[in-house]
Design a binder for this molecule. Structure first.
Ligand SMILES: Cc1cc2nc3c(=O)[nH]c(=O)nc-3n(C[C@H](O)[C@H](O)[C@H](O)COP(=O)(O)O)c2cc1C
Length: 385
């Protein structure tokens, strides 16, 4: 028996990376990464609800060789987890999008680039190779939508993810209090925060300040203020089933609808041709009264899991959380903040570290539970505290 080696034993858990990330990046960037909306009840609800689910192990299984290889949309992945869309990513660590894309290709897991990422599909798509997904916040203008979809195709993205759960910007009180504004206003307080994080400051200076790179093509980019105003007016507030059906027609590969919390929406998504339902409450960042995503997962999986794949995120922090989600009906899971904590903490090595940590933890959980396949997670004995 051998304990799995991690790239750096100082960070054996996501909570270690979270602590380190907080020390490594300016306070305003930290608040953007770590916060949720309102009093953050939805974010805490996610973690509490996952923690209440217990799994009963079976022993006496002899020598086990767990494999976490997973197939989704006819493609093999090295594990049943991936890196979800994260907007304005380079604010939290310069070049984070490219680091994520390279980690995805190296480890054979998906990375989903956001419409509001601070790098382009043209730069990141080739880096993620066969493992790139692209996330669409719906543009109002048809010609912009068509162009973004075409760019994602031309850049090699395989899966299109349409995000449903941002019909309107949320309050994000913690971000407001921290003085986050786009474009950034360099107040004395913000300058002080930047000066205290010299590596972040140096890298940001070298890379250039983050912007909404995907959207820059469609607006006069002489001022960041222009871009921000344009993005605010152009994206969102227009998604309905007809819109989704048009997007569906335009994309030959799998289409996923992200941010679903109700059986009714999940059924409509299947009718409209979605290949997967992504059950998520956006990590608690959008709607404070939303249910914990894990609590609605079983009913959505029961109603639509035969007709579509079920993807899950919101609150995943460990291999054990992944097993819980798969047991409750997910075919695949994503973890948002954990991957971002990894990069903000450890820079270029950060996403690889999170991959290794999750991979080892998942295999470890399978040994504890006495199972060898991801499929076997689906029939584990489950209790609730
Ligand atoms: C900083 C940050 C930015 C995000 N930006 C996007 C985005 O641009 N598009 C999107 O669909 N989801 C976005 N999300 C939500 C994630 O894709 C994912 O649903 C969420 O992080 C899952 O919750 P978790 O952080 O608890 O794992 C963002 C999340 C974070 C933390």
């Amino acid at each position: 028996m051998r304990v799995a080696a991690l790239p750096d034993d100082r960070y054996p858990a996501i909570s270690d990376l979270r602590r380190k990330a907080k020390k490594n990046i300016p306070f305003f960037a930290w608040e953007y990464l770590d916060s949720a909306t309102g009093e953050e009840a939805a974010m805490h609800r996610n973690n509490d609800a996952l923690g209440k689910i217990t799994l009963v192990p079976n022993f006496m299984k002899g020598f086990l060789q767990p494999s976490v290889e997973t197939e989704l949309f006819g493609q093999k992945f090295s594990a049943p987890f991936g890196i979800p869309p994260i907007g304005y990513t380079s604010l939290m660590w310069p070049n984070a999008e490219q680091i994520f894309a390279q980690t995805a290709a190296r480890h054979r897991i998906p990375h989903c680039l956001s419409t509001v990422a601070s790098d382009t599909p043209e730069n990141c798509g080739p880096l993620s190779g066969e493992y790139g997904w692209f996330q669409l916040y719906p543009p109002r203008q048809e010609k912009i939508r068509n162009d973004i979809i075409q760019r994602a195709k031309d850049s090699g993205y395989k899966v299109l993810v349409v995000t449903a759960d941002v019909p309107w910007p949320s309050m994000r009180e913690r971000q407001r209090r921290a003085g986050i504004s786009i474009p950034p206003k360099i107040t004395p307080a913000i300058l002080w925060q930047i000066m205290r994080r010299p590596e972040w400051a140096y890298r940001t200076l070298k890379r250039g300040r983050p912007s909404f790179a995907v959207m820059e093509k469609y607006v006069d980019i002489s001022s960041l203020g222009n871009i921000v105003q344009f993005v605010g007016e152009e994206l969102g507030g227009c998604l309905d089933w007809e819109y989704f059906a048009r997007v569906r027609e335009q994309w030959e590969g799998p289409v996923v609808l992200k941010g679903i919390l109700s059986v009714e929406d999940a059924k409509s998504a299947v009718k409209a041709g979605a290949d997967a339902i992504w059950v998520s409450n956006h990590g608690g960042r959008q709607f404070e009264a939303a249910p914990a995503a894990i609590d609605v997962l079983p009913e959505i999986a029961a109603a639509t899991g035969k007709d579509a794949k079920i993807i899950f995120d919101s609150g995943i922090r460990s291999g054990g959380d992944m097993v819980r989600a798969i047991r409750l009906g997910a075919d695949f899971v994503f973890a948002g903040r954990p991957f971002m904590y990894g990069i903000s903490a450890l820079g270029e090595k950060g996403a690889d570290h999170v991959y290794e940590l999750f991979h080892h933890d998942l295999v470890n959980n399978m040994h504890q539970l006495g199972i060898e396949t991801v499929e076997a997670m689906k029939s584990l004995e489950l209790r609730r505290d």
